[in-house]
Ligand binder design. Sequence first.
Ligand SMILES: Cc1ncc(COP(=O)(O)O)c(C=O)c1O
Length: 397
Amino acid sequence: MSLSRRIEGVGTSIILAMLEKEATLREQGIEIISLTAGEPDFPTPRHVVAAARVAMDKGDTRYPPLTGTAALKQAIIGKFISDYGLEFGLRSIIVSTGSKQAIYNAFMATLDQGDEVVIPKPYWTSYPDMVRVAAGVPIFVETHVSQRFQLDADLLNHAISPRTKWILLNSPGNPTGAIYNEETLRGVAEVLRRHQHVRILCDDIYEHIAFEQPVRNILQVAPDLGDRCLIVNGVSKAYAMTGWRLGYAAGPPELIQAMAVIQSQSTSGASTLSQAAAVAALTGPQEDRIAACEAYRRRRDLVASHLLRIHGLDFTPPDGAFYVLVDCREALPEIGLRKDEDPAFVARLFEAGVAVIPGTAFGAPGFIRLSFATADAQIERGLVRLATVVAGRSDSL
Ligand SMILES: Cc1ncc(COP(=O)(O)O)c(C=O)c1O
């Protein structure tokens, strides 16, 4: 079968392959502790589910307005004012089928063959492939565990070329959990002022999972970049609504309009029921969201206390999201693997009954990503198994 050039070189997701393997083992009755989840383990808040039910009962089941219902757009505008102090008009907002579709719309609407997108590394595994699907070229900028994965302005500056269309900022970040501090954001803003042709895509999907202080968006420190910035967010992570597929973006009206064209020829917009639910999520009681964040903070500390006791592993305790990226490069040679053989290490962990994601999936060979969006007891048992494998004693399990 002949396939399009567009999907040549676009990888199948390592993460999905891991999840399938996990499911197969489970079907065979083999117990596996999963530290892979990229989604909250809490239920969607009851008042949110109730709002969708009301919408369904009153017949809110027709095609949605292309860029989102007026009620949801107003709720999103209110959210940006209260969280960031940023004001957007209705024409600056688009509602999409998950934040992923908002990012996809943006790339499809702006990238021509060979255009470049600068992506800090380690990165969320989908970014490079989304760029490639849109015929663009991902350009990576290294960040380091020793610098808490902050983005270096000089390295960023060097990565920008006349073909650069976007730089991507993801804070709190997947897989690092790093939050860009004000100094980093000011440095990035300074670089962008030197390159007027570059736009900024802020993926703020983990905004509300922040442990030490509220997340700052680059527009709060550099409002002059407003006509070049697209902020993407959604309800998946903050409100435990991954299955509702509801995200949104705020940016310059011309860009939003171009994204709407892509959306009009693909999904026609997000489900009306999910939109009704998202209004309740954004404008209703926030206790569930705050309690979930508190639980993640506690689990982050639990993970950190275990990891600190495992010789040969290095990590930066994440400031947000629900992942920790663990540097295993010192430990791997001690168990007969090369420093960058994280997939083989993950396979051994699998055999020992614990599933994690290899760092290679995020452009970080020699690392693994652990998710703590799971119960304390699972985390503890998983980390005991990890310690056993690192100590070279997996045969005794
Ligand atoms: C960094 C990042 N951005 C976006 C998404 C997609 O979220 P959504 O469910 O809103 O499409 C994810 C999901 O894992 C993510 O980790």
